[in-house]
Design a binder for this molecule. Structure first.
Ligand code: ADA
Length: 562
């Protein structure tokens, strides 16, 4: 399941979820052998979407694998959308190379026109290798590099003219009662022939716009200044959603939006002009049975547990999450921080132009995909990169400019691990810091003094007007480990650390929220596995099977009161 609402009433679309032919192979073998034309005989089968590391015998496999699936279409034009393929993907249809894509967590698509109705075969080569020079993420990260076609592959059957995409921008009037909308709709046709059509736009089934249009190949239609009165707002209590449907004679596309205003004034965060404090967790999409390829049922369970904890916010650490997860947060009124998987890049790697190029592309694809989700209030540029260096400065500047050029309606931040000598805070709206006092260094009580020192440093640099988020803090607790002495690795030590820090942050007027590291225990990369008990990052409030640790109940008490 890709989305939680119906995107088309007219257009036929379906997923290729199911069993695919599958073959692993070292070092990108298979191209010279023309496996895209003739798939090797000795294949096995896997379910798509999934992670191959959840298959028997492939627990630690990181490399290349080939996939193949035969399917039928009833039209001559189709759009094939890959919603998530790890690393490098090369796609062939009926033996012809359609194209390639890099980046695991955002979709890519191909429009294929003039094919025959009936059966076709798609072959995909997935290369999930990482290095410490130019892949995003690098090899060395603190989560597992699952491989595979991790999200659905979708086939859309297209008519002669179809809706390629649309963008809905709005501004709310000062009283938040009416909205002004601007929209952009891109129509495409399979050939260069001039075609006439009619474009209609509906909001919640009421028509708000109609015009005759002409398309030669591709046309962008701009609709300006549509006014909507008596707007129902989207907020954490009542997350009201509007359905905007674009329709031509033979095609349609529905988007879902929510009207809300997020802003910072005098270091206070406001949602729809009401002060809000972010009570959050960092969450990886990770489960022992599914890896990163989550079923919607499990997403719902995670959101139920997180809401029950009293949270109003989630940070999608450290990559764009599944579209269905974002849809569900839209429906549940949760506030989301979304970021790209750029984690822990040292200065030397940040100088590589390919890293910058790939990072910019990932930001672009993330914002393009998720622009309409009201749950997203913060775009994260990266996590714990060398923001105390010139290379960190240059890349952060470029990233911030890119994000602002695409979306000025949300807040920008990144998680800094160099708070005392960071040189990039000037580019962002919120200063976010990751610190582990009481775990890797210092004592739990060190936090208070550190915050005072940090704030004086900000003042000294004229940055005291920016609010602070504590984007990561926490302690590892082995599930079931309970001690009289309250020592590290026990559930009671984690509880003690979180009790202390959550109260401290909430009482600090400069802090607008915090995200506990982390929601659940996760499998980690082999590069750091041996420094982590069980090969897991154990700082979850629940374990990897979502069983609560002691801290869960204390955090719940605190968050419910705050
Ligand atoms: C970092 C990082 C997290 C995780 C955490 C930890 O701050 O951003 O992904 O690795 O440390 O547990 O040490």
């Amino acid at each position: 399941m890709i989305r939680l609402f119906e995107r088309h009433k007219k257009r036929r679309s379906f997923t290729l979820d199911g069993l695919w032919k599958f073959r692993t192979v070292p070092e990108r073998k298979g191209f010279d052998e023309k496996w895209f034309e003739c798939f090797p005989e000795d294949f096995t089968e896997v379910f798509v979407p999934s992670c191959w590391n959840n298959e028997l015998g492939l627990y630690e496999y990181e490399g290349t694998a080939w996939y193949s699936k035969t399917f039928s279409v009833n039209k001559e034009n189709v759009k094939i959308v890959f919603h998530g393929v790890t690393g490098f993907a090369d796609v062939c249809l009926d033996g012809k190379h359609l194209g390639s894509h890099y980046g695991s967590f955002t979709p890519f698509s191909f429009n294929v026109t003039g094919i025959s109705e009936g059966e076709h075969t798609i072959v995909v080569c997935v290369d999930n290798t990482h290095n410490d020079a130019d892949t995003i993420p690098l090899s060395t990260v603190d989560w597992y590099h699952y491989g595979g076609i991790i999200r659905s592959v979708e086939i859309n059957e297209l008519e002669n003219v179809w809706i390629e995409n649309c963008k809905i921008y709005y501004t709310l009037d000062d009283d938040l009662k009416s909205a002004r909308l601007n929209m952009k709709v891109r129509l495409k046709s399979a050939d260069g022939v001039k075609r006439s059509d009619t474009l209609r736009i509906y909001i919640n089934d009421s028509i708000i716009y109609e015009a005759d249009v002409e398309i030669i190949g591709e046309s962008e239609i701009t609709v300006e200044n549509l006014e909507l009165n008596d707007v129902k707002l989207w907020d954490t209590e009542n997350p009201y959603l509007y359905y905007v449907r674009f329709e031509t004679e033979e095609d349609d596309l529905t988007e879902r939006i929510g009207f809300r205003k997020i802003e910072i004034k005098n270091k206070v965060l406001y949602l729809n002009k009401k002060k809000i404090y972010l009570k959050g967790v960092n969450r990886h999409e990770d489960h022992p049975d599914w890896g990163v390829a989550f079923p919607v049922k499990l997403m719902k369970k995670d959101i139920d547990i997180i809401k029950n904890l009293g949270c109003n916010a989630i940070r999608g650490s450290h990559y764009p999450n599944s579209e269905a997860f974002l849809d569900y947060m839209d429906q549940e009124g949760l506030l989301f921080w979304e970021e790209i998987p750029m984690w822990g890049f040292p200065e030397s790697v940040l100088k590589n132009p390919l890293v910058k190029e790939r990072g910019l592309k990932m930001l672009e694809e993330m914002i393009e995909r998720d622009y309409h989700h009201p749950c997203i209030i913060i775009w994260g540029l990266h996590n714990e990169i060398a923001t105390h260096t010139e290379a960190g400065y240059n890349i952060t500047k470029a990233f911030a400019e890119k994000v602002r050029s695409m979306d000025n309606s949300r807040l920008i931040t990144y998680a800094s691990y160099h708070p005392m000598d960071d040189v990039c805070f000037t580019f962002v709206d919120i200063i976010s810091i990751n610190q582990y006092f009481g775990w890797y260094y210092g004592e739990i009580e060190t936090w208070a003094g550190f915050l005072e020192d940090f704030k004086s440093r900000l003042k000294g640099q004229g940055l005291e007007d920016k609010p602070i988020i504590v984007s990561e803090f926490g302690a590892a607790a082995l599930y079931g480990e309970d001690t009289f002495e309250c020592i590290k690795w026990s559930e009671n030590y984690q509880e003690k650390l979180l009790n202390h820090t959550l109260k401290l942050f909430h009482d600090d007027p400069d802090i607008i929220g915090c995200y506990i590291w982390q929601y659940c225990d996760i499998r980690t990369a082999k590069e750091v596995g041996l420094t982590r008990a069980r090969g897991f990052n154990n700082k979850g409030l629940v374990n990897e099977y979502r069983k609560p640790k002691l801290a869960y109940w204390s955090v719940k008490k605190i968050f419910k009161k705050q």
